[in-house]
Design a protein around this ligand. Structure first.
Ligand SMILES: [Zn+2]
Length: 248
């Protein structure tokens, strides 16, 4: 059975208001930076929604959490602006603690979607095999669950009026169904990513750029372009009681 005949996969590039949910400052850049820049280029309204403060993101025990949080906030604002974001919203959770209260995280996501009524949300794929980071799994699950709630006014009535559920594009997915030509914006992605200077001390700065470039080239080969990013794009209807979604 071809599920897409009954339940079509939305065209990611038709989105005109996008909320890009990021567990930490920098994840949107790694997973979707070039596609986000491409969407900005065709006039989409982009907002970064960063769930945690990134305060654990250092191997140096000398750096103070508060100092790092301030640095990462600046890095994120600069990188998002470079890729065309209108705004960066901070949900205010502590780094590594997104799993502490799943219902609160989900409520904050629902409230943000109802406030900004996007037609597309992005986030990490929480069903990525071997994804060990609890923040990535927690936020991916919260955004997915929120998609089943936003259009039901009796769910979270205290968090705004119901809105139509947006489509969702998971980045970092093992089963992508959408490949985007990002030949024009790939260099900008790397530039924005390197603005997260605190996260990429040498030699990691070179390693991550090499890895992302090789990945973009191999994805590009599949659709006959120089650079590409891949996503699993779904609707809310794929995300409940659907045994075919994993290969949709
Ligand atoms: Zn992360």
């Amino acid at each position: 059975m071809d599920l897409s005949e009954i339940l079509p996969i939305p065209n990611l590039l038709e989105a005109r208001r996008v909320l890009a949910f990021s567990p930490h400052p920098d994840d949107n850049e790694v997973g979707a930076g070039a596609t986000l820049a491409k969407l900005a280029g065709v006039g989409a309204d982009l907002i970064w929604v960063v769930a945690s403060d990134g305060g654990v993101g250092t191997e140096s025990i000398e750096s103070t959490p508060n100092g790092l949080v301030a640095i990462r906030r600046q890095e994120q604002e600069r990188a998002a602006t470079t890729l065309g974001a209108r705004e960066v919203r901070w949900l205010g959770f502590k780094d590594t603690r997104l799993r502490d209260d799943p219902r609160l995280l989900e409520a904050r996501v629902v409230a943000t979607i109802r406030d900004l009524h996007p037609d597309l949300v992005m986030c990490p794929d929480p069903w990525l095999p071997y994804e060990a980071h609890p923040d990535h799994r927690a936020l991916g699950h919260a955004v997915s669950t929120a998609l089943l709630m936003t259009n039901f006014g009796l769910a979270y009535p205290e968090f705004g009026a119901p809105v139509k559920a947006p489509s969702i594009a998971y980045y970092g997915s093992a089963w992508p169904n959408t490949t985007i030509d990002v030949t024009e914006t790939f260099d900008l992605k790397l530039k924005a990513l390197m603005m997260h200077e605190s996260q990429w001390p040498a030699p990691m700065d070179q390693q991550i750029q090499m890895y992302l470039t090789l990945k973009a080239v191999s994805l590009g080969e599949k659709i006959g372009v120089a650079r590409a990013e891949a996503f699993k794009v779904l609707t809310q209807h794929h995300l409940h009681f659907n045994v075919d979604t994993w290969h949709a």
